[in-house]
Design a protein around this ligand. Structure first.
Ligand SMILES: C[S@@+](CC[C@H](N)C(=O)[O-])C[C@H]1O[C@@H](n2cnc3c(N)ncnc32)[C@H](O)[C@@H]1O
Ligand code: SF4
Ligand code: SF4
Length: 380
């Protein structure tokens, strides 16, 4: 039963066939909605929080979400600020699911409790990204496994597909390997990605030494090729490699069209970096399509979800084919895990035994990143 459930989830999490429809029509695939600007942390690299602003009301959020759905959007990614600080986050997740959205949530995880995970699961949340940058907190980022490891047990029998994402900069690079190992050794799809600049193209923190960063990205490419659950595509890893080398990559940004953002004030944003003053309630399908063109900010773009979606739009058949094959490849290992181990051994046991690969919750690399298995036209 558990095994069948896992296999089903590999193929249904963000419904590949449904998603493929969005590649043939002019409707959007995904919206990232800022549930709030408020945050309980203050990561030094981040420009996406502002505690001077109140939470938007659940009524406003519901209104915006209805409009986002009316535009034909298939998936909604609840982001922030810290989405779990919003008092009505569970209600919002439930509402998104009632409207038919595939729904994910990105969190620093600090406010997660066993009860809240159960409530989010009951509300229908499908995917959760927990952001973890280091093993222990630093002056740059407090998002570390020290806080998150004890919480992983909450997901032991959960239907929510969990994945972990970290940011690499000079401060986190020495621990990036350990972050990756810690997630992967527990069977959790994990990735660490290069820090990106702010909307004015400034880096808020030291990015780290290029050669070291390159070595690390190359090691992830290697591991990805060996079938490890690196939670991003080889194409996006290659893209980051090209970024580090300053190499040109040919792509057309679909931000503002196939993928867009809505701010915690209800404003329509092309992406987390490019903002507009237009309210989401005033956006038309024609407005979206008008954003389907190359952008002057493409060079050096670090909005990886937008890069992924753009590459998907360019080569849909190839990309979706790869996605299906990639998921199918996981099935035999599920049989192995299911027959050879107690799949749901307490996560704490795994903490003490990091080399024991465990399937956490049947998590797919699906989710907002399901569209990441793409091939760059020009790889590094
Ligand atoms: C803005 S946060 C919002 C959700 C939640 N507060 C969190 O930290 O997961 C969303 C994601 O963006 C990442 N992020 C923020 N600033 C970044 C930057 N300058 N470069 C790369 N990733 C960044 C965070 O680490 C997190 O994974
Ligand atoms: S926890 Fe998330 S929103 Fe808050 S400061 Fe860090 S990256 Fe930004
Ligand atoms: S190129 Fe990057 S920064 Fe510019 S609109 Fe597209 S996603 Fe946003």
């Amino acid at each position: 039963m558990k095994l069948l459930g896992k296999i089903a989830r590999e193929f249904s999490g963000y419904n590949i066939l449904e998603s493929s429809k969005r590649l043939l029509d002019r409707k959007p695939l995904q919206c990232s909605l800022y549930v709030t600007d408020r945050c309980n942390l203050d990561c030094a690299y981040c420009t996406e929080y502002d505690n001077s602003r109140p939470h938007p009301s659940i009524e406003d959020l519901k209104k915006w979400v209805r409009k986002i759905r009316e535009l034909g959007t298939m998936r909604i990614a609840l982001v922030g600020g810290e989405p779990l600080t919003h008092p009505d986050i569970v209600k919002l997740v439930r509402y998104c699911r009632e409207l038919g959205f595939a729904t994910s949530l990105t969190t620093n995880g600090f406010l997660l409790t066993r009860k809240l995970v159960a409530e989010l699961e009951d509300a229908g949340l499908q995917v959760m990204q927990i952001s973890v940058d280091r093993m222990t907190p630093s002056a740059i980022t407090k998002k570390s496994f020290k806080t998150i490891l004890p919480k992983l047990d909450y997901f032991r029998d959960s239907k929510i597909s969990l994945h972990i994402t970290g940011v690499i900069c000079a401060d986190t690079l020495p621990e990036a390997q350990a972050v990756l190992e810690t997630g992967l050794s527990r069977g959790i799809p994990t990735e660490v990605r290069l820090v990106h600049a702010d909307p004015l193209q400034r880096f808020r923190v030291d990015r780290g030494r290029r050669e070291e960063l390159e070595r690390f990205v190359d090691s992830m490419i290697e591991r990805k090729r060996h079938g490890e659950k690196i939670h991003t595509s080889e194409a996006i890893l290659n893209y980051q490699h090209s970024l580090l080398r300053g190499e040109h990559v040919e792509w057309t940004c679909v931000a503002g069209y196939k993928l867009f953002f809505v701010s915690a004030q209800g404003k329509f944003w092309l992406c987390s970096m490019v903002h507009t003053d237009k309210h989401i309630m005033d956006v038309t399908p024609e407005d979206l399509y008008a954003n389907y063109h190359k952008k002057s900010c493409q060079q050096g773009c670090g909005v990886y979800c937008a890069v992924s979606a753009s590459l998907l739009v360019e080569k849909p058949v190839q990309v979706l084919g790869k996605e299906i094959v990639a998921r199918a490849r996981r099935v035999p290992s599920m049989f192995r895990h299911s027959s050879s181990s107690d799949v749901n051994k307490a996560t704490q046991t795994a903490v003490a035994n990091p080399s024991g690969a465990q399937e956490m919750n049947g998590s797919a690399e699906g989710g907002p990143s399901a569209d990441q298995r793409v091939a760059l036209r020009k790889s590094a």
